[in-house]
Design a protein around this ligand. Structure first.
Ligand code: NAD
Length: 296
């Protein structure tokens, strides 16, 4: 069992940390919000500060919102890279831009440490159940070291390639997700206008070529797929703000490598407008309201 530090105990980080404890790992935790640590301290984790959280551990996991926060935590005023011993493995499970992931990995390597980017799919339910999919970018020895730790939190650990490639896979997956959410919302609204009952269309789509993850797990319309945020007033789930962030990361990566992603660009623009109009904290399935407004 390893000595692990976990930084960032929000919607995803807290349940991931609980699974590390349940697997028998020794765990130090830190979050800027003190109360975010309470549940984990009760479960057996040790409280740490930014100054000592990365000290004398085998691995440091970060689960933070954005690349800017990850960069600040790892390399800023109370740099975790500076306080960690040589040989420490850094695992960043946040969803961040590919270029930052590659830059941070190179800095860790230069300081005698190793780093993998290991963003996740599966959301809060997957984090709670320990069934996340990890998309891992890193050198093979670092990925091998990370694997037993990731296995305590996930069911599927996929080595995508060198540093940054985990993030690349993640933003491509979420570009599909964002576009398919909009596609399902549009199609169900069109069907309604054409006089096709939503339950009937659902039966057809789930057995036809329009089938996709959204119609089974997070339907934009209520009462069609159990567990969807639409059944709960669009309480996230996965917020529209996070979907916008991921779509924008996709657009940034596409610009940097010259890829053509017209639907990704359109999806990002739709979510940007939706978020700017005050819907940042609604589940991303609520985008159907934007379509309803006729301003899409
Ligand atoms: P969150 O906002 O719930 O949690 C982030 C945590 O980081 C908060 O507790 C915050 O207090 C803490 N934090 C902020 N700055 C800090 C600092 N300087 N030092 C220590 N702690 C700090 O976010 P989340 O939903 O847990 O998402 C985390 C990452 O996982 C994001 O990159 C997100 O895109 C990705 N992700 C989220 C989901 C989801 O369903 N929520 C699914 C897949 C991936």
């Amino acid at each position: 069992m390893a000595d692990i530090a976990m930084v960032g105990l929000g919607a995803m980080g807290a349940p991931m940390a609980r699974n590390l404890l349940a697997a028998g790992h020794a765990l130090k935790v830190y979050d800027v919000v003190d109360t975010a640590m309470d549940g984990l301290l009760a479960a057996g984790a040790r409280a740490a500060t930014p100054h000592d959280v990365a000290r004398d551990v085998d691995a440091v996991i970060t689960m933070l919102r954005t690349g800017a926060v990850v960069e600040e935590v790892l390399t800023g005023d109370t740099s975790l890279f500076a306080s960690a011993r040589r040989g420490t493995l850094f695992i960043d499970s946040s969803t961040i831009d590919v270029a930052s992931a590659r830059r941070l990995s190179a800095r860790a390597h230069a300081a005698g440490m190793s780093m993998v980017d290991a963003p996740v799919s599966g959301g809060v339910p997957g984090a709670e159940a320990g069934t996340l999919t990890f998309m891992v970018g890193g050198d093979p020895p670092a990925v091998d070291s990370a694997r037993p730790i990731l296995e305590a939190m996930g069911r599927s650990i996929v080595h995508v390639g060198p540093p940054g490639n985990g993030q690349a896979a993640k933003i491509c997956n979420n570009m599909i997700l964002g576009i398919s959410m909009i596609a399902v919302a549009e199609a169900f609204r069109l069907a309604g206008r054409l006089g096709v009952d939503a339950q009937t269309l659902q039966q057809i789509v789930t057995r036809s070529s329009g089938d996709c993850w959204v119609v089974h797990h997070n339907h934009p319309l209520p009462d069609l797929a159990p567990g969807s945020a639409s059944d709960d007033g669009y309480r996230p789930g996965f917020s529209s703000a996070l979907m916008l962030k991921d779509l924008q990361l996709g657009q940034q990566a596409a610009r940097e490598c010259g890829a053509c992603t017209p639907l990704g660009a359109r999806a990002a623009a739709l979510y940007e407008r939706f978020v700017n109009e005050g819907s940042a904290d609604l589940d991303f399935g609520a985008i159907i309201r934007q379509i309803d407004s006729g301003e899409s």
